[in-house]
Design a protein around this ligand. Structure first.
Ligand SMILES: [Zn+2]
Length: 193
C-alpha cells in the first residue's frame, strides 16, 4: 500500500473488516480546491480579492458575464453568486464535468487521476463477492441467450421446411442456429443494459 493510504487511515472506513478510504474523502484531502478552480478557469482566470479569488464561473451551463465565481482556498470551498452553486473540490469537479449527485465518487476518482494521485481501490472483500457472482451471472445469461435463440429459430421453421434434401436442411439448420445465436447474444446484452 502506498503512503497515501496509510496517511488516510484516520479517515478511512471499515468495510467488512477491511479498512477502506473512499475516493471522495481522498480527493478532498489531496486536491486543493484552488488547483481545480485554476485548471477550470485557465491561466489568469482568477484574481485575488482579499482572502478570496474571483473569476468568471467555469461551469459549462453558466454563461457568466460578470465574475461571480469565488474560491476560498483557506476554507477549501467555492461559491458562484450567479448560479448559486458551491461546495468543496469534489462538488466543483462534479458540476464541471456534469456528474449526477449520486456519481460524486466517480468525479472524485477522476479528480484524483487528473492530479496524479492514486485512486483508492475497492476493498478486497468487494472483489471477492464480484468474482463469486461472476459464474452465476454468466450461466444466467447463457440461459437467456438459448431462450431467445430458440424463439428466433422458430421463425425460420417454414423456411427450413421448404428445403427438400434432408442433409441440406440439417446443415442449413445448424448454420442458422449459429447465426441466430450471435443475434440472441446481442439481444440479451442490449436488454441487460
Ligand atoms: Zn456559476
Amino acid at each position: 500500500m502506498s503512503s497515501i493510504h496509510q496517511a488516510g487511515e484516520t479517515r478511512s472506513q471499515r468495510y467488512q473488516g477491511v479498512s477502506y478510504t473512499r475516493p471522495i474523502d481522498e480527493a478532498k484531502r489531496l486536491v486543493p480546491v484552488m488547483d481545480q478552480a485554476d485548471r477550470l478557469c485557465g491561466p489568469g482566470g482568477l484574481r485575488r480579492v482579499g482572502k478570496e479569488w474571483v473569476g468568471r464561473c467555469p461551469l459549462p451551463d453558466h454563461e457568466d458575464r460578470s465574475p461571480s465565481f469565488t474560491v476560498n482556498p483557506e476554507k477549501g470551498v467555492w461559491f458562484c453568486h450567479g448560479c448559486l452553486r458551491g461546495g468543496d473540490v469534489v462538488e466543483l469537479a462534479r458540476h464541471a464535468w456534469g456528474y449526477h449527485e449520486r456519481e460524486a465518487h466517480v468525479a472524485a476518482a477522476y479528480l484524483l487521476m487528473e492530479f496524479g494521485h492514486e485512486v483508492p481501490q475497492r476493498p478486497p472483500a468487494w472483489f471477492r463477492k464480484q468474482e463469486r457472482q461472476q459464474p452465476i451471472r454468466r450461466a444466467l445469461e447463457e440461459v437467456k441467450v438459448r431462450s431467445v435463440q430458440r424463439r428466433l429459430m422458430r421463425l425460420f421453421k417454414p423456411y427450413l421446411a421448404r428445403i427438400e434434401d434432408a442433409d441440406e436442411r440439417h446443415d442449413e439448420a445448424l448454420r442458422l442456429w449459429e447465426d441466430i445465436g450471435k443475434v440472441a447474444r446481442l439481444v440479451v446484452k442490449a436488454a441487460s443494459r
